[in-house]
Design a protein around this ligand. Structure first.
Ligand code: ATP
Ligand code: MG
Length: 422
């Protein structure tokens, strides 16, 4: 990696060959407007990384030397959000472009732990010191995420060696991995997410510190961690992500009901193999463009825990499945936020399993119309794959679902229109 005081490398369009048509015209419009107003501006971060990898970016981030309040005056529909990290959001038609002002690290003195910028355990609490583009590049998380692209001449500006790393598939933290993970442990999960991309792997120094600082994730808000979990589960690479999380002993931190899971130890409950099955199925659905929900995926991941706990609890207690479900979801919610409606659907998917096991398929056509029938049946299908329920019973339910598909269409339409993670 380059030093903070070095001159940047410029990569011309003829060398990187990015397809300009993959860039959102609205993002280009935002950059152009800032430039016409006399500011500097370029595309940055995830969109440049994705463009280099030949992927269509899902959103576009713009940087500039204009302050958030200056950005606000330039655009008709623009709001400034964030406390720790202020960012302007420009809306053009139905697209939102994030515009961030260049930032810099606090000076060495104010970077001391216990200062107003950094907490006693090294976590960044305030990150609103504006700087220049070079300083901005070095305070980003990974080299592959710190490339700047000028859409006008399609030149890439690289201060940290991110271009070579993107070409060679290397996930490398900018600066000292220990310090950067301590400042913001979420970078551990971000590093894992990008290392799960095809042909990507960790740089040695970055990899070494992942498990050392993973425990700090317990100090991050459950809202922020649930956002990251969504990205890990639904980027089409969940199975590879699972292996990385397990290998680096992060899985048991992210999914507290399985806190006993240690990499290299005998997984005698078969939980890891079960999760492999679940996440292979999730990846397949994403790759074929099918709907998948957070409720289903969490219900499936935590199913062995629910099922085993159910067997252990005294059946004499009233509503015992309900209490078991609440306990497990409570433990999970401490780490990754689970909204009330998602928790309800997870419980419904779990409770439905008993019905699918015991009800007679020929007499239960009404069940097919129930809102949670489909995700519950998908879990039932996975269970039948591992021999937990009868294959014959599962095929009968699948047949019934497929026969009644036309009738259930209006309900399914509403269901599909919901955001993907509900
Ligand atoms: P994706 O949009 O696929 O989640 P991304 O890299 O664009 O990936 P964003 O959250 O949109 O992620 O962040 C935009 C950019 O901001 C990143 O590319 C990176 O340069 C910087 N960034 C994001 N999170 C951090 C962090 N925790 N520490 C330092 N820089 C960060
Ligand atoms: Mg992004």
């Amino acid at each position: 990696m380059k030093r903070a005081d070095s001159t940047p490398r410029i990569i011309f369009s003829s060398e990187h060959g990015i397809d300009r048509s993959l860039i959102s015209p609205k993002a280009i419009e935002v950059v152009d407007s800032l430039k016409s107003a006399g500011y500097s501006s370029e595309l940055v971060g995830g969109c440049v990384r994705d463009l280099l990898l030949g992927r269509k970016p899902k959103d576009f981030d713009v940087t500039t030397n204009a302050r958030p309040e200056e950005v606000r005056t330039l655009f008709r529909r623009c709001e400034v959000f964030g406390r720790r990290f202020q960012i302007a959001q420009v809306r053009i038609k139905n697209e939102v472009i994030q515009v961030a002002t260049y930032r810099r690290f606090p000076t060495k003195k104010s970077r001391r732990r216990g200062s107003k910028f950094v907490s006693l355990n090294g976590k960044i609490i305030k990150d609103n010191l504006f700087g220049n583009i070079q300083q901005d590049a070095f305070r980003r998380d990974l080299t592959i995420n710190s490339l700047y692209l000028h859409p006008s001449d399609m030149q890439i500006v690289d201060y940290t060696g991110g271009y070579e790393d993107a070409r060679n598939g290397i996930v490398r933290i900018i600066g000292s991995p220990a310090e950067r993970f301590r400042e913001d442990p979420v970078r551990i999960l971000r590093a894992i997410r990008f290392a799960s991309l095809p042909a990507f792997s960790f740089d040695g120094a970055t990899e070494k510190e992942l498990s050392v600082y993973a425990h700090l994730l317990s100090g991050i808000s459950n809202y922020r961690l649930s956002d990251e979990l969504n990205k890990l589960l639904f980027n089409g690479r969940a199975r590879t992500t699972l292996e990385l999380l397990h290998q680096h002993e992060i899985l048991r931190i992210l999914i507290p009901p399985y806190k006993w899971l240690k990499a290299g130890m005998n997984d005698n409950h078969g939980v890891i193999d079960w999760m492999r099955l679940v996440l292979d199925a999730t990846d397949e659905r994403i790759q074929s463009g099918e709907h998948t929900s957070l409720a289903f995926t969490i219900a499936a991941i935590l199913w062995p825990k629910f099922n085993n706990s159910l067997k252990k609890r005294s059946r004499r207690k009233r509503n015992y499945p309900f209490h078991v479900a609440r306990d497990i979801l409570h433990q999970q919610n401490i780490r990754t936020y689970i909204a009330g409606n998602v928790a309800q659907r997870i419980e419904a998917i779990w409770f439905f399993q008993k019905i699918l096991e015991t009800e007679d398929t020929t007499k239960s056509t009404r069940l097919v119309h129930s809102e949670n029938f489909r995700p519950a049946l998908r879990l039932f299908e996975l269970r039948s794959k591992v021999g937990e329920v009868e294959g014959r019973k599962c095929r009968a339910w699948v047949k019934l679902r497929d026969q009644l598909v036309d009738e259930s269409q209006p309900r399914m339409k509403r269901y599909r229109n919901r955001p993907r993670w509900r």
